[in-house]
Ligand binder design. Structure first.
Ligand code: PXG
Length: 292
């Protein structure tokens, strides 16, 4: 049986959930989105994801057609209607239907849809063995152009980086910003562990202010680590004890090799594994309940 999709105020079967070819989300990538996960009958970090969605929308002068609490309710209803215990939820707001010109003034009503689906878990061996990653040539978008802090529907910068990483046979690409500093992966933030410290690039380096990133910084402090946002170069990764990526879908993935050079011992690190465990505990115990 197909999914029930929330589209502009109604829950409808997936075969009927269609948007116009004149929607500017499609014609220009004009819109914003969120990827959220549900664990064990709860939605993890829902308020945090929604705050970021409204901030992204504000940054592109797009009005989300629902108030915060209404949208939260629509998401809970959509997950409930699909009877999901563990879920991956995509919330998308586009500029809406317009004409064949890019002027957003012509788009009178934003399009809002919510897809609540089951999550395809990454194979366990990825977490056990760790990832090989490469630095890609394509640079992260300038913060002064389309700020990577905006989770917009225009993901070509990341997709070009992913294509490049794929072409080398690596599992993921690390993007540098225009100044040559490390920004992030194509859909994950990056961390390194050095001695007793956890480092991640600041949002000003051209990264998404990741929800998992925030959670991991809190977990790190809880484990007694120094946590610092710091500009870093490839040198810092080459010489780190450990490295990992964070994201809602991937959670926490160890990185064991950059550009053919092993990081630390070349195996997933002890701190990385500790943070992974703590993160799992959190996902199983926190969140907005769906079925109460
Ligand atoms: N950086 C970028 C560029 C992202 O798109 C993250 C970091 C991690 O953020 P959160 O808040 O999830 O910790 C993301 C989000 C996918 C996919 O299918 C992944 C993301 C977005 C869209 C699709 O892998 N990651």
């Amino acid at each position: 049986m197909g999914l029930l999709i929330y589209l502009n105020g109604r829950l409808i079967p997936e075969d009927e959930a269609k948007v116009s070819v004149f929607d500017h989300g499609l014609l220009y990538g004009d819109g914003v989105f969120e990827g959220i996960r549900g664990y064990n009958g709860r939605i993890f970090k829902l308020d945090e994801h929604l705050r970021r969605l409204y901030a992204s929308a504000k940054a592109i002068m797009l009005d989300v057609p629902l108030e915060f609490s209404e949208l939260k309710d629509a998401i809970v209803q959509t997950v409930r209607a699909n009877k999901l215990k563990d879920s991956y939820i995509r919330v998308v707001v586009t500029r809406g239907e317009g004409d064949l010109g890019l002027d957003p003034k012509k788009c009178r009503v934003p399009t809002l849809f919510i897809i609540a689906s089951s999550i395809q878990l990454y194979p366990a061996e990825i977490y056990e063995r760790g990832l090989n990653v490469v630095t890609v040539a394509v640079r992260r978008n300038l913060t002064e152009a389309v700020n990577p802090a905006i989770k917009s529907l225009n993901y070509l910068n990341n997709i070009m980086a992913k294509i490049e990483a794929n072409s080398t046979g690596a599992s993921e690409g690390i993007m540098l910003n225009n100044a040559g500093y490390v920004s992030e992966g194509t859909g994950e933030n990056i961390f390194i562990v050095s001695k007793n410290s956890l480092f991640t690039p600041p949002v000003t380096a051209g990264v998404l202010d990741g929800i998992t990133r925030d959670t991991v910084m809190d977990l790190g402090r809880g484990l007694g680590l120094e946590v610092e946002e710091k500009e870093m170069t490839r040198y810092d990764i080459f010489t780190a004890d450990e490295c990992f990526l964070t994201g809602t879908a991937a959670e926490i993935v160890p990185v064991v090799c950059l550009d053919g050079r092993p990081i630390g011992t070349g195996k997933p690190g002890e701190v990385t594994n500790r943070i992974r465990k703590e993160y799992t505990v959190l996902t199983m115990s926190e969140g907005v309940p769906i079925y109460e």
